[in-house]
Design a protein around this ligand. Structure first.
Ligand code: C2O
Ligand code: CU
Length: 660
């Protein structure tokens, strides 16, 4: 069974267990011994089922079961055993003689049944409210709360009451005290601690991303070059952020936050070797704006993270970004200040580094405006007339917070590039769905097919989410042959299976595309367990999106040194998809759910970690700076699911507790 199904099953078992034990206790107290007995008879197997589901979850990964094994199950088993021994026989007796008063509602029956119910409920609350990792503080407080509830129900004789109350209070106080222990601010991932330690080896001198003599360096000094590479030119853009009403292709008007009055903002294009120079001005976006180059590994000082690499550019101010176009591919830019609202409102645009393909090359950022799916600025299909035989490249960019599914009908095609990196040996695709994570990019390529004689209908149609035609390609002339076997452009695509990227393309054993593998020796290892839980987000308690039980800015910063080989495990314990995005680095996928990709090497900057999934990825730390590492469902990031990855010795003059 898949881990997300196991998680759902375990949740169900926990709810049924809780309801059955509590129900049995209440029924007994209300002198309904028969009902109490049947609920008890349901509670016992439900509890055992819970043991089974927790065991199965622990096999899927300790992260999925830890607090259940250490807190929830012991509480349930101890109380359940006592209840079975004390209440079981009495209840069976009472059920046989329901008219006889006194046996079912006696404390020896009611108290253990209710207590087991409390314990089961507490286990459920621990999972839903705190989750991974279980702490001593959480365990002790939980025990104290259950004990208090038991004491209130039981009302034991006064000697017992005093001792039990004292013990409970002490347990609770110790638990509460432990909660106030100062939290670790950094996570070294098991690597060498401080740069001073590394310096004694002398081997990395001058390559540490540190100052001249190995001293600290400010992130604000890690900037792009002043001139292009030989043969390149300077690509100058001015983007002025301002509120405006945009008009979609249907004529619908939408109040938006724009760059130069348009949403998406002006497309930025460059060729390898060019210097991209973008002057950002803010006219009237109150909270401020920045530019982040999503997926483009620019120097840290150009990365556009407010409070970390720069201050947000406020109305009336400007900031100039400069970086070398050193890699081809499809990327995008967006504001990182109040990014959830800002991007949703329209502060984004496309970044494509060429050479562009000869033929037709279309870039389609997909975004939801006012509840409608918009392709570029089209809320109706984009119609393109293309001569048969022309190579077509379609660059899809998901600028929303949730994944979109795309299908291309009418012609076989290839998925040639993901997140700006070309795949190795991408095979021909037909009748499959492509799920594009939030923030991710797919480049599709095909040769324009001819049209059947007498028809002027589109022969290739790209659909989004199986309903909306996004782009329709119509041939400029007709022919008598049609592509044999390919799906028709008007076919219903909703039943098409989803392409598994980890099995697509051809494997590479080593070399540039595969410089390391799961067997490599890693300098640092980090684990991120994603969930929901009660946590402080910027000082405010909320039901947050958490990483290892904490929320931004209290999640320990991951520390690396230049040159480190870093392995990152990302686990999703929750019920929502988390598109994980590390700034400044592409990561190589080592495994998903323990299985290494069998197809092309996968270099991604945004990968969907779905409920129950475990991703292992790795990267070489070659871009010194201070970086965000966050969920690209920007509303999740806003609710805590964000942290920093910092290189030893890099400092920020900004407050650092903000990430947009
Ligand atoms: Cu596209 Cu930190 O984001
Ligand atoms: Cu998320």
């Amino acid at each position: 069974m898949a881990t997300d199904q196991l998680m759902a099953l375990d949740l169900l078992a926990a709810v049924v267990t809780t309801a059955a034990w509590l129900g049995a206790g209440v029924a007994a107290a209300l002198r309904r011994p028969r009902l109490a007995l049947s609920l008890f008879a349901a509670a016992v197997p439900a509890s055992l089922a819970r043991v089974g589901s927790v065991f199965a979850l622990s096999r899927a990964g300790w992260w999925f079961a830890q607090e259940k094994v250490t807190v929830a199950l012991p509480l349930l088993l101890v109380t359940g055993l006592v209840a079975t021994v004390l209440a079981g026989p009495r209840l069976a007796l009472a059920a046989r003689r329901p008219s006889e008063p006194g046996s079912a509602e006696s404390p020896a029956v009611v108290v253990p049944l209710l207590s087991t119910g409390y314990a089961a409920a507490a286990g459920l609350v621990v999972t839903l409210v705190f989750g991974y990792p279980a702490t001593w503080s959480m365990a002790l407080i939980t025990v104290a709360i259950v004990a208090t509830a038991v004491l209130v129900t039981w009302r034991p004789a006064s000697v017992w009451r005093r001792t039990a109350t004292a013990a409970t209070t002490v347990t609770g106080l110790i638990g509460a005290g432990l909660a106030f222990l100062p939290a670790e601010a950094t996570d070294t991932g098991g690597g060498m601690g401080h740069p001073a330690i590394r310096d004694t080896h002398g081997e990395h001198e001058g390559h540490e991303g540190l100052g001249e003599r190995g001293g600290p360096v400010a992130v604000t000094s890690l900037r792009g070059p002043a001139a292009p590479a030989p043969g390149g030119t300077i690509r100058r853009y001015t983007l002025t952020a301002r509120t405006a009403t945009i008009t979609l292709s249907s004529g619908q008007r939408v109040a938006a936050w724009t760059f130069n009055g348009q949403a998406p903002g002006p497309p930025i294009t460059a060729a390898v070797g060019d210097l991209v120079e973008v002057r950002l001005r803010n006219a009237d976006i109150g909270p401020g704006v920045t530019l982040h180059w999503h997926g483009y590994d620019v120097p840290s000082g150009e990365d556009g993270v407010p409070g970390l690499t720069q201050e947000a550019t406020l109305p009336g101010r400007e900031f100039v970004y400069r970086f070398l176009a050193d890699r081809t591919g499809t990327y995008w830019y967006h504001t990182h200040e109040v990014s959830d609202r800002g991007v949703r409102m329209g502060l984004y645009g496309t970044l494509v580094v060429g050479p562009r393909s000869t033929g037709v090359d279309v870039t389609v950022p997909v975004h939801t405006f006012a509840g409608r799916l918009v392709f570029g600025d089209h809320d109706q299909p984009i119609d393109q007339r293309v001569a048969p035989g022309t190579p077509v490249r379609l660059r899809l960019i998901n600028t929303d917070n949730t994944p979109h599914r795309f299908t291309l009908g009418g012609t076989p095609y290839r998925l040639v590039s993901v997140d700006g990196t070309d795949l190795n040996g991408p095979g021909e695709l037909d009748r499959v769905g492509l799920r594009l994570p939030a923030g991710g990019r797919y480049d599709l390529s095909f040769t324009m097919p001819p049209a059947p004689a007498g028809s002027s209908a589109p022969v290739a149609v790209l659909k989004a989410d199986d309903r909306t035609a996004a782009v329709r390609f119509t041939p400029t002339m007709e022919s008598t042959s049609i592509a044999p076997g390919a799906a028709r452009s008007d076919e219903d695509t909703s039943g098409w299976p989803e392409l598994d990227l980890t099995r697509y393309g051809t494997a590479v054993a080593n070399g540039d595309a595969m410089p390391f593998s799961a067997a490599s020796r890693f300098d640092r290892r980090f684990t991120l367990v994603l969930d929901r839980g009660l946590a402080l987000v910027g000082g405010r308690p909320m039901y947050a999106h958490t990483v290892n039980g904490r929320a931004f800015p209290s999640i320990p910063t991951q520390m690396v040194s230049t040159g480190d080989l870093v392995r990152m495990t990302v686990v999703n314990r929750g019920r929502e998809t988390h598109p994980w995005h590390l700034h400044g680095h592409r990561v190589l996928v080592l495994a998903r759910d323990g299985r290494a990709p069998s197809g092309s090497p996968l270099w991604l900057d945004t990968f969907d970690v779905r409920p129950g999934e475990v991703w292992e990825v790795a990267f070489r730390a070659t871009n010194p700076g201070l970086w965000m590492n966050h969920c690209h469902n920007l509303s999740h990031a806003d609710q805590g699911m964000a942290l920093h990855l910092a290189y030893e010795g890099v400092t920020t003059p900004f407050h650092g507790t903000h990430g947009g």
